[in-house]
Design a protein around this ligand. Structure first.
Ligand code: ZN
Length: 150
């Protein structure tokens, strides 16, 4: 692991979100779904109750990992030191191909283990197709995103 990534912030999974991170550690992007047979709506972030039908039954559906950039920002200093060392980088919001109203925040990189600044911000376009990749940082596996057509 590169020194520059050692102090990056990592998620602190809660009970509702723990399965998301467990599946990510297996290289699977899964989203919580209502398990009520008459509903089945996907929901993110994870929570105990379905906002559509109020069912407490849930399951985790595997996604293809395909999506599109819905929006993005390019943070500049002042930033936490580990992030300042890699600025300017990007934070993107991805809408999933299977469920465009499910949107995940992450980073667009050139490969799973690449630095946060590995993609030139001028190359980022809203609507660009992306694919999930996974990298481990300090014991937590994070989904990140690469362009389908770099
Ligand atoms: Zn439901």
């Amino acid at each position: 692991m590169a020194d520059a990534t050692e102090a990056l912030l990592t998620p602190t999974p809660d009970d509702d979100g723990a399965p998301f991170w467990d599946y990510a550690a297996r290289g699977e992007l899964r989203i919580q779904a209502c398990a009520d047979p008459g509903c089945g709506e996907l929901r993110f972030p994870p929570r105990p109750c379905c906002p559509h039908c109020q069912s407490f039954d849930s399951e985790w559906k595997r996604m293809s990992g395909h999506g599109r950039i819905w929006s993005y920002v390019v943070p500049h200093p002042p930033l936490l030191p580990a992030y300042a060392a890699q600025a300017p980088y990007n934070a993107i919001i991805v809408e999933l191909a299977e469920a465009p109203r499910i949107r995940l925040v992450g980073n667009l990189v050139t490969s799973a283990d690449a630095r946060l600044d590995s993609v030139d911000p001028d190359r980022i376009r809203i609507g660009a197709k992306v694919q999930a990749v996974f990298t481990e940082i300090d014991g937590v596996t994070l989904p990140r995103w690469v362009l389908e057509r770099p």
